[in-house]
Design a protein around this ligand. Sequence first.
Ligand SMILES: [Zn+2]
Length: 308
Amino acid sequence: MITFHSLLHMIDTLHTEEDCRVYLENMRWNGKPICPHCGSISEHHYKLTKDGKFEGLYKCKDCRCRFTVRQGTMFEGSNLPLKKWFYAIYLFLSHKRGISSCQLARDINVTQKTAWFMLHRIRYNVKDDDANFNDMTQVDETYIGGKTKRNRGGQGRSTKQKTPVMGLLSDGLVYAKVIKNASSKVLLGVIDELVRKGSTVISGSWSGYNKVKNEYIHEVVEHSLGIYVNKDGFHTNSIEGFWSQLKRGIIGIYYLVSPKHLPKYCKEFVFRHNTRKESNRFNAFLQQSTERLYYGELLEKPEWQLIG
Ligand SMILES: [Zn+2]
């Protein structure tokens, strides 16, 4: 497996469709193709040719079914060249604030509709990290979307059209979750689920966090008083930095994100943030991308609805 240091490095290495297919085959099978129908592993599966040329279609020597390396991956059922998929994934992972379907369409020469679907399928394969916070967890909530450009009322909790998102951050790792509202019950529910009891939780002075002190060491930063580091040196600057990245990405790249799609965008930004130091994330992403997403599903899937 090759660690690609740049998009150019990848383009130089994987010139052709065959290069990409062989790359994926080696990654998934390591020289011994696996039949997705019966599980048979062998280097002796038949290679079927078309006009005298082998293009990746195998026939299982045991169950005699046909298969390609795409079966069982996110590329199954797609007619697009792997090359376009690889470039799309690379761009998706490396642009800090994401990539729009219009931009991707131009970059890899597909229609905007195709690019939109590709991005959703890629996003669908972004895996949730195990979110467990053991110590020094910054928590904060923010509001995304809606029609108003800016909240004049300061905190913005009363703005109905905006969707609340709760974030937790510890040790450089972040987790963001779309929530129904920023009530004490909802906020504490998330903290209770993800943060180890007895550890330190740092939040702003929103009253929704008042009961945190019952089971945690609660450090409060009085933002409303213009204080950004409390007297003991605690702050929530890191989670706020993540919010600004998420918001700039959503405003600048995705323009309008409906509440329905917001959880997926949050997951995307969380994933990118949490893997930002991994040099090998293209390969890691490719290896774990086994989920196929159908167009119809995309429009209907319940998990794409508002959660929390
Ligand atoms: Zn088989």
